[in-house]
Design a protein around this ligand. Structure first.
Ligand SMILES: [Zn+2]
Length: 137
């Protein structure tokens, strides 16, 4: 799971859809409420759409009402945080540890009723869902 995935931007462009490339490699954001997994609630694992590394379990997903899939915790080590101050405010960007693909941002202290009081706000296009508990991997 700690295998590094390194590809050139042209290689990523060939693998990913246009929208995936825009979000994952160019740090875009899908429109709120349009994502495939926003209101998705099946049991399973959400993998990185670019490199298939498991990132989030469905047991940590919660309904934040924000328009994007929200998780209160990631699979340990799967997600790396970077401080992003590009919009004039400090936000914490989250990327896939393995391939560096952009996932979304983490927000803290919003008082959602979750164990961590954090919200990982993740673009659906950065994820692919897999049914099951993920333990067979
Ligand atoms: Zn990845």
């Amino acid at each position: 799971m700690s295998t590094k995935v390194e590809k050139s931007e042209d290689e990523w462009r060939a693998i990913l859809s246009r929208e995936q490339f825009r979000v994952i490699r160019q740090k875009g954001t899908e429109r709120a409420g349009t994502g495939e997994y926003d209101k998705h609630s099946e049991a399973g694992v959400y993998n990185c759409a670019a490199c298939s590394t498991p990132l989030y379990k469905s047991t940590t997903k919660f309904n934040s009402g924000c328009g994007w899939p929200a998780f209160f915790d990631a699979i340990p080590g799967a997600v790396t945080r970077h401080v992003d101050s590009s919009w004039g405010m400090e936000r914490t960007e989250i990327v896939c540890t393995a391939c560096g693909g952009h996932l979304g941002h983490v927000f803290k202290g919003e008082k959602f009723d979750t164990p961590t009081d954090e919200r990982h706000c993740v673009n659906s296009v950065s994820l692919t869902f897999e049914n099951g508990d993920g333990t067979e991997k």
